[in-house]
Write a protein that binds this ligand. Structure first.
Ligand code: ADP
Length: 485
């Protein structure tokens, strides 16, 4: 059980299963560290197959009573949960910064974003409606019910450790589903704190279970279980592909938000000030560690020298440091692997002729800090163009024609976000329609909002999260043909 001090700091170091705070069956734990300092913040349970099965059983048992509650009842709980998040915004933001590294301002923004899904889906759950469809005969009727799919397995990433929890749990619970959630091993503390606030808000035992531990065995157990009817995953394309294969034997519904390789197109008629502002935001927020962060800047030849110069100038002024320090724009990378990838992408680009305009290496802060970097003279074959860097490295390439820009943008197996800067309305429509992505930012570097459908095409995933579309993932249609009337 959590102690009063735990409640104060919201630092929970046990897992929530069937409404109880529990450790692993064998007592094993693993450490959660602060990426800015390497310091151990807490040790959380190293759970595996047996505990996952227990959590699935709890979610299964809770499903019947939860689905039969009224939508209004569920909405009231979700609204109270949102209020809890906002009331504890500062504590949650500090915890998030400690385990994830992002600047406090970004962490505060994330908590508000996380609460927005609870508020939105509290209302949306009350709008889940069926249909009556004209029937083929006078004595029959066709009715369509929309019912909760059942137990949902959720696996979330470390880059948005709070918002990805509520983006999945809020629509799931609003629809009447129950959840077994596994947060990323780097950032489980935000998920546990949010679950604790959910309990305080009245989420019943078993409706939301959060387990931490061995990702492959927890993932495998969720995939193998016939009781789990939907797997909702946000993370890398590589793991998404593996989970999809593992879900095939139980023909599980999948909701996948996977990697991106976002292009950012700057046309000759663009507002250059706005484009540079958006370029900084879309590349360097969360140290470049979001799936909608720009990965490839494609700038028209005529603007290329000026854009790269102004962009590099702005990037050179970004302040790198610990997330809890005043005035910091860019925090550390999540771990050594993240650091190694950023360094490898820069090295590969430079070896193939790219020029470093600013940054280019590890930051003097040490640890996993990397300098905000701008590369000029980037060409399509470089790793930085082909793979998602997930770090503060901006690769800027050039193009001559609109056709070339669109072809370069679409030359990727990913298709999540894209950004377009132009003031020409016809071009904006043409390019938006031609881009093979799920989301387009026109003259903006900002996309994520709870009221819009977030998601990708191609290997960036399946399904949408957020908006009225997002709740559909958690609902099944049941067609009812009534005869003999
Ligand atoms: P990243 O490479 O950015 O850490 P991952 O896709 O590895 O992204 O991680 C996203 C989530 O997927 C995390 O919660 C992680 O623990 C989980 N995960 C990683 N490997 C597996 C796996 N084999 N089965 C299930 N979940 C996994």
């Amino acid at each position: 059980m959590s102690t009063p001090e735990y409640e104060e700091s919201l630092l929970y170091d046990t897992c929530l299963v069937d409404g109880e705070w529990r450790g692993a069956d064998d007592g094993r734990t693993f450490a959660v560290t602060d990426p800015a300092t390497g310091e151990v913040i807490a040790s959380v349970p190293l759970m595996s197959t047996a505990e996952t099965e227990t959590a699935i059983r709890a979610a299964e048992a809770a499903f019947g009573p939860w689905r039969t509650r009224t939508a209004k009842d569920r909405a009231a709980i979700l609204s109270r949960w949102a209020a809890q998040l906002l009331e504890h915004r500062e504590q949650l933001a500090r915890l998030l910064t400690r385990e994830q590294g992002k600047p406090l301002a970004e962490a505060r923004g994330e908590i508000a974003y996380a609460a927005s899904f609870l508020t939105f889906y509290a209302a949306e759950g009350e709008r889940v409606r069926g249909e009556v469809i004209p029937a083929p005969a006078q004595e029959s009727r066709i009715v369509v019910l929309r019912q909760p799919i059942g137990v949902v397995g959720c696996i979330t990433p470390w880059n948005l450790p709070a918002a990805m929890v509520t983006r999945k749990a809020a629509p799931a619970l609003a629809a009447g589903c129950t959840v077994v959630m596994k947060p990323a091993e780097q950032t489980p503390l935000s998920a546990l704190a949010i679950a604790a606030l959910g309990r305080r808000a009245g989420v019943p035992p078993g409706v939301l279970n959060v387990i931490t531990g061995d990702a492959p065995s927890i993932g495998r157990t969720l995939c193998d279980s016939p009781a789990v009817r939907l797997l909702s995953f946000t993370g890398s394309t590589e793991v998404g592909r593996l989970l999809a294969a593992q879900c095939a034997p139980t023909v599980k519904k999948l909701s996948l938000e996977l990697g991106g390789n976002a292009p950012f197109l700057v046309f000759p008629d663009a507002d250059l000030d706005a484009a540079v502002d958006a370029a900084v935001l879309s590349k360097f927020r969360h140290s470049g560690q979001t799936c909608v962060c720009t990965n490839r800047f494609l700038v028209h030849d005529d603007l290329y020298p000026e854009f790269t110069e102004r962009f590099a100038d702005r990037v050179g002024k970004l302040t790198v440091g610990r997330g809890d320090q005043q005035g910091v724009d860019v925090g550390p990378l999540i771990d050594q692997d993240g650091l190694a990838k950023a360094a490898a992408h820069v090295a590969d680009a430079v070896a193939q002729g790219a020029e470093v305009l600013v940054g280019g290496g590890r930051h003097r802060e040490g640890g996993t800090f990397f300098e905000p970097t701008v590369l000029r003279g980037v060409t399509p074959g470089m790793r930085v163009m082909r793979e998602e860097t997930f770090g503060p490295v901006a690769a800027v390439a050039s193009f001559r024609t609109e056709r070339e820009a669109v072809d370069l943008a679409n030359d990727s197996r990913s298709g999540l976000a894209g950004y377009v800067f132009t003031r020409d309305l016809a071009r904006a429509w043409r390019v938006t329609e031609a881009l093979e992505v799920g989301m387009v930012g026109l003259n903006t570097g900002f996309l994520s909002v709870e009221t819009a459908p977030f998601g990708g095409v191609k290997e960036s995933g399946l399904g949408r999260e957020g908006s009225h579309h997002g709740i559909e993932e958690f609902l099944e249609l049941k067609f009812w043909h009534i005869g003999g009337l």
